[in-house]
Design a protein around this ligand. Structure first.
Ligand code: Q9C
Ligand code: ZN
Length: 356
C-alpha cells in the first residue's frame, strides 16, 4: 500500500497541553508520526511517497476563510503583540450561554476581536491545541497529505494511507480544536465529491467523536458521516456525538453516531463496526474516507475503550471487505509504544495480509 508522509509536520511541536486547567505533557507530539512511519517502513510492504501542494482552494471548499486567515496570522500576531509565550492558547471562548436570547443574525454580526487572545478563542474549541510557530505550515501539509492520498485513489489505487499530522476531525468549518486545525478528512471527502460527483462515506473510528466532520456535513446528503466513539457523556468532545444526532434538512439520515460503552473490547467494538459498515453499504458510492484513530487502544492515555492490536487487524480486514476504495487518513492515537504496530496491523488487515 502507498503511504503519504512528509517531515513537514515537525513544525507543529507542542510540549504541553492542559488537562482541567493544569499543564500536562502534550499527547499530540511529533514522535507520533515518526513511530508510525518507522513501523510501516520496517514492514517492507509499504511504499512511502511525498505529498504535493494543493493550494488553499480545497481548504476553502470546507472551511471559513476567517479561520484560514486566523491560523495563518496567529503566530505573527502573537509576536507583534509581544505575547512572550512559546505557544498560543486561549483562555476565553464565546460559549452558547454568552449569547443566550440574542437572535442568530445579531450573534452572527458580532465582530471578531482584535487581540490575538480573543481571536484564538473566537476560532477555537478548547485549550488542548497550542499554536506553535510552525503549526500553520504543518497543518497545511497535513491537508496536502490527505489530498495526495485522494489523488492516489482517484488514480486507481484500491487503498492508500495518509499519515496526517496534526489530525483533523475536531476542526469544524469555522473552528479549530482538539489537536486539529484543518479537517483533513472533510477536505478529502469534499475533493472526492468534486472530482467524481459520487456520494462519499466517512467512517470515523477514532475514540473521540469527530464533531468537526459532523458539523461540516450536517446538512448534506451527499457525504455520509458514520462514527464509532466513546460515549460523549464520558469523554471529549462532550457536547456532540450522541446517537440521536442524525443530520438535518437534506442531511437528515446521513449522520450516524455509535457511542460505545466504557472499556468496550474488540468483540463489542467489531459488532458495532458491522452495523456501521452495513449503513455505509446501503449508500451509493465507491470511495470511503477512513478517519483512523488508535486512541481506542486499551493502553491509550486519553481514551477509555479497550481494543487490541489483533482487533485493529480485524477492523482493517472488515472495512476493506466492504469492497470500496479506501482513503485512510490518520487521526489520533497516543500510546507511542504500540502506535506503529497498531497502524501496521490495521493497514495489513485492509490489504488482506496476515497480522504479521
Ligand atoms: N489532556 C484527537 O484524538 N482533550 N483529539 C485532551 C487531555 C482533547 C483528541 C485532554 C482531546 C483531543 C484527534
Ligand atoms: Zn481521538
Amino acid at each position: 500500500m502507498k503511504v503519504v508522509h512528509t517531515d513537514r509536520h515537525r513544525g507543529h511541536d507542542p510540549q504541553v497541553e492542559t488537562y482541567l486547567g493544569v499543564p500536562v505533557p502534550a499527547c499530540e507530539v511529533v514522535q507520533r508520526a515518526e513511530v508510525i512511519r518507522d513501523a510501516l517502513a520496517g514492514d517492507g510492504g509499504f511504499e512511502i511517497t511525498a505529498p504535493t501542494e494543493h493550494g488553499t482552494e480545497p481548504i476553502l471548499a470546507v472551511h471559513d476563510a476567517g479561520l484560514v486567515r486566523f491560523l495563518e496570522e496567529a503566530w505573527p500576531a502573537a509576536v507583534k503583540q509581544r505575547i512572550e509565550r512559546d505557544f498560543l492558547v486561549a483562555d476565553t471562548y464565546p460559549t452558547r450561554g454568552m449569547f443566550s436570547g440574542m437572535s442568530d443574525a445579531f450573534v452572527a454580526a458580532r465582530p471578531e476581536p482584535v487581540a490575538v487572545g480573543g481571536r484564538t478563542g473566537w476560532w477555537g474549541l478548547d485549550s488542548s491545541n497550542p499554536i506553535r510557530p510552525g503549526s500553520y505550515d504543518a497543518a497545511r501539509w497535513a491537508v496536502d497529505v490527505a489530498l495526495s492520498t485522494v489523488d492516489l485513489v482517484l488514480a486507481g489505487e484500491t487503498a492508500a494511507y495518509g499519515l496526517c499530522r496534526p489530525p483533523g476531525h475536531h476542526a469544524a468549518a469555522a473552528m479549530a480544536g482538539g489537536y486539529c486545525f484543518f479537517n483533513n478528512a472533510a477536505i478529502a471527502a469534499q475533493a472526492i465529491v468534486a472530482a467524481t460527483g459520487e456520494r462519499v462515506a466517512i467512517l470515523d473510528v477514532d475514540v473521540h467523536h469527530g464533531n468537526g466532520t459532523q458539523q461540516i456535513f450536517w446538512r448534506r446528503g451527499d457525504v455520509l458521516y458514520v462514527s464509532l466513539h466513546a460515549d460523549p457523556k464520558r469523554l471529549y468532545p462532550f457536547y456532540l456525538g450522541h446517537a440521536d444526532e442524525v443530520g438535518e434538512g437534506p442531511g437528515r439520515g446521513a449522520n450516524r453516531n455509535y457511542p460505545m460503552p466504557l472499556r468496550a473490547d474488540d468483540e463489542t467494538y467489531l459488532a458495532a463496526l458491522d452495523s456501521a459498515l452495513e449503513r455505509i453499504d446501503d449508500e451509493p458510492g465507491s470511495i470511503v474516507v477512513v478517519s483512523l484513530g488508535f486512541d481506542t487502544f486499551h493502553l491509550d492515555p486519553i481514551g477509555d475503550l479497550a481494543l487490541t492490536t489483533a482487533g485493529y487487524h480485524e477492523m482493517g480486514r472488515r472495512v476493506a471487505a466492504l469492497g470500496r476504495r479506501l482513503v485512510i487518513l490518520q487521526e489520533g492515537g497516543y500510546h507511542l509504544g504500540a502506535l506503529g504496530e497498531n497502524a501496521r496491523a490495521w493497514l495489513r488487515g485492509a490489504e488482506g495480509r496476515s497480522a504479521g
